[in-house]
Design a protein around this ligand. Structure first.
Ligand code: ZN
Length: 79
């Protein structure tokens, strides 16, 4: 009688741990790799290049534009 009870507990525990193990395996398979952008090319700005520009605020029209950009069209615009 007692051995039957022990056997039942052992079987339940085995199923339980087996289920958890299978679940963990599935999670690991579904999870995306640690670097999702591994295949993609990352944007790396050139520090002295044209890809990055500081914006300057026009005091007249209150817009931010790259330094050296064309004027906004107003007569008072300093750019
Ligand atoms: Zn302006």
């Amino acid at each position: 009688m007692f051995t039957k009870f022990l056997l039942t507990v052992a079987v339940v525990a085995l199923i339980w741990f087996g289920f958890r193990y299978a679940q963990r395996l599935g999670e690991r398979r579904d999870r995306p790799p640690r670097t999702p952008s591994a295949g993609k090319e990352r944007f790396t700005p050139d520090m002295d290049g044209d890809s990055v520009r500081d914006l300057v605020k026009c005091p007249i029209c209150n817009t931010w534009r790259p330094a050296g950009a064309a004027s906004c069209g107003r007569n008072e615009c300093p750019y």
